[in-house]
Design a protein around this ligand. Structure first.
Ligand code: ADP
Ligand code: MG
Length: 244
């Protein structure tokens, strides 16, 4: 059984049906890429997998780590080891980056976190991301640049060590160096916990630095093609035109 099994999943938002009959299997240690034009439903799939209450499962099943999780809240899914990094991370005035991450790590570990170990882990994870340590005491994302917000997301990924990470447009708006740094963080996560990845992107920048096992192309709410990593290069050259 795969870590994540999506079976014939259809999803609606408000009155609109967005996703139709999605099938997807992801195993530990695998990197999957979901590509597709704007409005195809990529973010919708991320939100539906993570349990955002605005996205309604119309039919089908999401099975994670051996359990059907259709009815589970987002919190419960996070506790089970799912992680979604947001396309536009929220600013949280009054809560420092460090205390936000510590709270999340503590929840994930059933309340048990040794402060000395947390500090060490936070420090080394920030180093992997070339993240200025002064930022740990700043309010989460408040006044952060686009690149710093993405680093804060990947920092949470490294600290939380989920079984599955869904990264939505983590590369959008980043310059070449920032993409490379974020990719380094993602590689570190994979090595540390044999993590599984679903990387959502409409560009191919981030994929040059990561080893991709499977690629899926989403058009108008349907996966119209799946293949190995070489499909990314094909899309890079020819775009989505032939799939639309
Ligand atoms: P992508 O991430 O591939 O660009 P999205 O999943 O964001 O696509 O959007 C897919 C479709 O769902 C779009 O047509 C979008 O307008 C619609 N949609 C997404 N979220 C909502 C919402 N909250 N209310 C109404 N329509 C939505
Ligand atoms: Mg999107």
């Amino acid at each position: 059984m795969s870590l994540l099994e999506v079976r014939d999943l259809s999803v609606g938002v408000e009155d609109a049906d967005i996703l139709h009959g999605i099938n997807l299997n992801i195993n530990a240690g695998e990197t999957h890429v979901l590509m597709g034009p704007n409005g195809a439903g990529k973010s919708t799939l991320g939100y539906a997998l993570m349990g955002n209450p605005n996205y309604h499962i119309l039919s089908g099943e999401i099975c994670f780590d051996g359990r059907v999780i259709n009815e589970d809240t987002a919190d419960k899914r996070a506790l089970a080891g799912m992680f979604l990094s947001f396309q536009n991370p929220l600013e949280v005035p009054g809560i420092s980056l460090s205390s936000f991450v510590r709270n999340a790590v503590s929840q994930r570990n059933g309340g048990k976190v040794k402060y000395s170990e947390f500090k060490k882990d936070l420090s080394s994870s920030m180093e992997v991301l070339s993240f200025d340590k002064a930022y740990k005491d700043r309010d989460l994302n408040v006044g952060f640049s686009g690149g710093e917000k993405k680093k804060a997301e990947i920092l949470q990924l490294l600290m939380l060590r989920p079984k599955l990470a869904i990264l939505d447009e983590t590369d959008s708006g980043l310059d070449v160096d920032a993409v490379r740094t974020v990719s380094k963080g993602i590689e570190e996560y994979k090595e540390k916990v044999n993590g599984a990845l679903l990387i959502i992107t409409h560009s191919t920048k981030i994929l040059e630095a990561l080893k991709v096992d499977y690629t899926h192309i989403l058009v108008k709410g349907r996966i119209v093609k799946s293949g190995d990593g070489s499909l990314v290069e094909e899309i890079n050259k020819n775009g989505f035109e032939e799939y639309i």
